[in-house]
Design a binder for this molecule. Structure first.
Ligand code: PHB
Length: 404
């Protein structure tokens, strides 16, 4: 009962008197001053390892600013590598919930892992703040009162791009993405506006997640008669696809476009000049000219060895910012989960991406803007320079009653 104050002890005692079973771990976590435990389920190995690292760093930047103490409670991050494997991600989720008794969970990166975690999180009433995985269903038929998302739904960066590409790039387009839920969601959202805008799909292909040789796919693209390609790849898949696209000689004749993850700063240095001219849609670019973003870029670079923050780092930053603000709003009380959920839903602040707020219907972030960006040379190397933008992009999830 180390650190247990009289007040929290009495609260526990009256819960026990009311017939509620209170284990020693509950009493411990009720103690004022006990650390707030935040469990991270992220990939630290595999295709998306760089994403996991950026998200973690974005969170660390915010918690370090708060001296790792919020509303009188220490903040403790417990990191688990999901290895990009759904069964591992689910096992780590169970360990964090049942073994570590975390107050808040965050992650994952992979949509399949999110779908696998969802019931455990929902049934145990654990607060999950999704810091990447975009599975659309989590803002729609699989939504939960206990789940928020600070990153994006897969629909968000892609739906505005369909009409934009048809109007401004080409009508004959080949689309491609890894063969799993995020790939299907993202290209599905692109098609929603591409086809009604007069676009014609000349081909569609789904290489496996973690493919290293895109030659057979690039051959198909070349033979398809496409005038442009729209692609979603991320992490090392994005590096390999963009480099091989250039090596294959397609870059000059068939314009490469896609979801922003294709050319984020986590992969741009490895892609080098093969990424020049690629056009993508995303909610963030380090090029955004606002005081909050300028400070974010400066502080992030100073803390992490001159690394340029990417959208994933912004997602981590926003996740931690939401946690800090909600904890302050409830004076550090993580016991009353309903109150904490209500506090999280109300958080609003200036993020590096713009004004951050959740859609009350879905608990998914409303993107202040989706920027159409082009990879250009800027001072300091290559970056995604905004060339157009679409405001207030809200996932179409409606009518979710967020059942308890
Ligand atoms: C996902 O699996 O939802 C996912 C993964 C990587 C990204 C975006 C979405 O860059």
């Amino acid at each position: 009962m180390r650190g247990l104050t009289r007040r929290t002890f009495l609260a526990g005692a009256s819960a026990a008197a009311a017939g509620v079973t209170v284990g020693p771990w509950v009493l411990r976590s009720m103690a004022q001053g006990a650390p707030v435990k935040i469990g991270l389920v992220l990939p630290y190995t595999g295709v998306y390892a760089v994403l996991g690292e950026s998200i973690t760093q974005g969170m660390e930047l915010v918690f370090a600013r708060e001296n790792w103490t919020v509303a009188g409670r220490k903040v403790e991050m417990i990191k688990e590598d999901d290895e990009m494997k759904p069964p591992v991600g689910i096992r780590k989720t169970e360990k964090l919930i049942d073994g570590d008794n975390v107050d808040i969970l965050t992650g994952p990166v992979h949509s399949g892992i999110l779908m696998g975690m969802r019931d455990k999180v929902h049934n145990s009433k654990t607060i999950l703040i999704v810091s990447n995985a975009g599975a659309d269903a989590i803002s729609r038929e699989r939504c939960s009162r206990w789940i928020f998302r600070t990153s994006f739904s897969n629909w968000q960066p892609n739906q505005p791009m369909g009409g934009w590409v048809a109007k401004n790039v080409a009508k004959d387009v080949f689309i491609t993405a890894p063969n799993y839920q995020a790939g299907k969601d993202q290209l599905g959202a692109f098609k929603e506006t591409f086809v009604p805008a007069g676009g014609k799909l000349v081909g569609e292909d789904y290489p496996k997640l973690g493919e290293t040789d895109y030659a057979p796919y690039l051959t198909k693209i070349k033979q398809s008669g496409a005038k442009a390609v729209y692609a979603f790849f991320s992490g090392t898949d994005a590096v390999n696809f963009v480099k091989q696209y250039d090596d294959f000689g397609l870059k000059q004749s068939i314009k490469l476009t896609g979801a922003g993850f294709l050319t984020e700063p986590d992969v741009l240095p490895a892609q080098g000049k093969s990424a020049l001219g690629v056009i993508t849609g995303h909610f963030y670019t380090p090029q955004l000219d606002s005081p909050t973003n300028r400070k974010f870029v400066t502080d992030f670079k100073a803390k992490f060895n001159n690394k340029t923050p990417d959208g994933f780092a912004c997602q981590g930053y926003d996740t931690a910012e939401v946690i800090v603000r909600a904890l302050k709003a409830v004076s550090g009380n993580t016991r009353d989960k309903d109150r904490l959920v209500d506090a999280i839903a109300k958080v609003e602040f200036d993020s590096p991406r713009g004004r951050f707020r959740f859609d009350p219907k879905t608990h998914n972030v409303i993107q202040p803007f989706i920027y159409v960006r082009e990879v250009k040379e800027v001072s300091g190397g290559l970056d995604n320079v905004p060339i157009d933008k679409i405001a207030n992009v809200t996932d179409p999830g409606t009518g979710c009653t967020l059942p308890a």
